[in-house]
Every structure is written in structure tokens, then in C-alpha cells.
Design a protein. Structure first.
Length: 301
């Protein structure tokens, strides 16, 4: 296993998790144990036949069914691992890593930790020389995240610090380069993040609904210390290609959440007014959220 990478190498060992994949692409996640068997409708496979051998082999049941056997990679591990809160899926994790520019040795703030899926990708990106401060309000979710992260890396990661509590109450007085907010009301933490983020740092927010997305973006605009936020949604469509049969696949990963990104201005500097004016009625009498500084106040008379 490469140190702190979560990548295991060499021969398969008892206690390791592997994926059995059949000819139809169906996968089974199995922990290898000496003397145990993997049972199917077409017979069994002895775990001992795999222990001590390489991954990337074909295991055949007593009834002739064949399974390709590999160790799970990170995207497979994070989707299949036990959950407390819902996980951020690999397609969104990848977008966060690139658009938030998560780099080795970065100091990153994460709230909340959920089930630890994004935490694993963040730790792999920053390495042992970085620092990840994770905050989770619910103790049961924090415990799930801790177990999943330690199982993935097979040890405690020295760059990770997990705190159980509300970010606004427990934030460390340490400068950060990046922040990722995966919570119900991230707009409530914009001030807190701004106070600890260095100039030029990047904030990423992950939310599920358009209402949350709009509230986050307007809060960032009203704050004044952030650049004009950008919102994105990631969809993934598989393709089938076999001979002349080339077509979109049957499986498409559509909406999972919205991603909002913004950069921290220097202390005391206010971002310039956006060039494109808001649509008429965008901040009418029914709008109850924060109003950006360029929006005229409502006539109270």
C-alpha cells in the first residue's frame, strides 16, 4: 500500500475488500477471509483461491460463472461504503477538486463531513503535508465518517482533524486556503469562512435545491468580499460502443446537487458591481433574502 494514498498494491490479503464483477457488469463487494466462500446461484468461489494472489484475475465458480476480481478504486469505495448522511458522488467530488483548485499542502476547511466521501478525495489531494479541518454537527455522522476514512487509508490520516460541532461555534483560528460547505444552510457560515480564509482563497458550496443555490449566491453578493459566484450542475451520460451499435448508454447520472464557487477578496476590498443588472422583479417584495449592494431598497412608504 502506498503511504496515505489509500491505494493497495501487491498480493491480495485476508481482510481486504475486493469487487467481483460478472459478465453483465453487476458488482459484489466482498471482504476476503481465510476459509470463507463467495456464494452465487451458480456455485461458490473459495476466498483462499484469491488470498496471496494478484488482483485482476478471473475467478470461476463451481457452476462455471466467471467474475473479474479487482480491488475497488476510490470512486467505487466511496459510493459503496456505509453511510450516515448522503455522500457527494464522484462526479461532483471531481468538479470540486478542479474548480476549487485543491492542491498538495493546501489548508482546507470542510463542513459537514457527512459520511466521509468528499473527505477521502480531499485528503488524497492535499497529501500528508496539507491540513483538512472537517466539521460535523451530528456525532453519529462524524463516527461514520471517521470509520470510513480510516478504513480507506487503513490508518488515521495525519492531515485530518475532525471536530464534532457547529462550524460557527467551533471554527479553528487558523488560516485556510480553500473551503467546502456541504450543509443545509451554508449562507449562515459565509462570514465565518471569510474571517479565516486567505485572500485569493476559494469557497465551494454544495446544495441540493435551486432555492438554496439562490440564497447562497445572493449572500455572497451582499457580503461584498467575494467575487461574483458561479453556479454549476454536473451530469454524466455513459455511451455504448460495439461494432456499428454506437449509442448513449442506458445509465445516466443526472442531478445530484448544485455547486457554487467564489473567491475571497483581499481584506477591506469590495468586489466591483456586476456588469449585468438583475432581471426586473428579481428582488421584488416577495424576496426575503439578502440584497446585494447594487439593488435599490424597497420603498417602505
Amino acid at each position: 500500500m502506498n503511504e496515505l494514498s489509500g491505494v493497495r498494491q501487491g498480493s491480495l490479503a485476508a481482510g481486504e475488500r475486493v469487487l467481483f464483477t460478472d459478465s453483465k457488469g453487476r458488482r459484489h463487494s466482498i471482504v476476503l477471509q481465510a476459509g470463507k466462500q463467495f456464494h452465487t446461484t451458480k456455485g461458490a468461489i473459495e476466498h483462499d483461491w484469491l488470498i496471496g494472489g494478484p488482483e485482476g484475475v478471473v475467478a470461476t465458480t463451481t457452476g462455471g460463472a466467471q467474475f473479474v476480481v479487482f480491488r475497488p478504486i476510490a470512486r467505487e469505495d466511496t459510493v459503496a461504503m456505509p453511510r450516515g448522511a448522503a455522500v457527494i458522488y464522484p462526479k461532483d467530488c471531481a468538479e470540486i477538486l478542479v474548480w476549487a483548485d485543491i492542491f498538495p499542502t493546501a489548508r482546507v476547511l470542510e463542513a459537514g463531513a457527512g459520511s466521509g466521501a468528499l473527505t477521502i478525495f480531499l485528503l488524497r489531494a492535499i497529501g500528508a503535508g496539507g491540513k483538512l479541518y472537517s466539521y460535523e454537527r451530528r456525532p453519529e455522522f462524524a463516527q461514520v465518517a471517521r470509520t470510513n476514512v480510516e478504513n480507506h487509508f487503513q490508518q488515521q490520516h495525519p492531515a485530518w482533524e475532525l471536530t464534532v460541532g457547529d462550524l460557527n461555534d467551533c471554527v479553528k483560528d487558523e488560516p485556510i486556503d480553500r473551503a467546502v460547505l456541504d450543509m443545509l444552510a451554508p449562507w449562515e457560515c459565509i462570514d465565518t469562512v471569510a474571517n479565516v480564509m486567505v485572500a485569493g482563497g476559494i469557497l465551494a458550496c454544495y446544495v441540493a435545491t435551486t432555492t438554496q443555490m439562490g440564497r447562497v449566491m445572493d449572500t455572497l453578493r451582499a457580503h461584498g468580499s467575494w467575487t461574483e459566484p458561479e453556479a454549476r450542475e454536473v451530469t454524466v451520460r455513459e455511451w455504448h460502443a460495439e461494432g456499428l451499435a454506437i449509442r448513449p448508454g442506458h445509465r445516466t447520472t443526472g442531478h445530484t446537487g448544485f455547486l457554487i464557487f467564489s473567491r475571497r477578496m483581499a481584506p477591506g476590498v469590495t468586489a466591483p458591481m456586476r456588469r449585468r443588472r438583475p432581471a426586473p422583479g428579481a428582488y421584488g417584495p416577495d424576496y426575503l433574502g439578502p440584497r446585494p449592494p447594487w439593488v435599490e431598497p424597497l420603498d417602505q412608504t
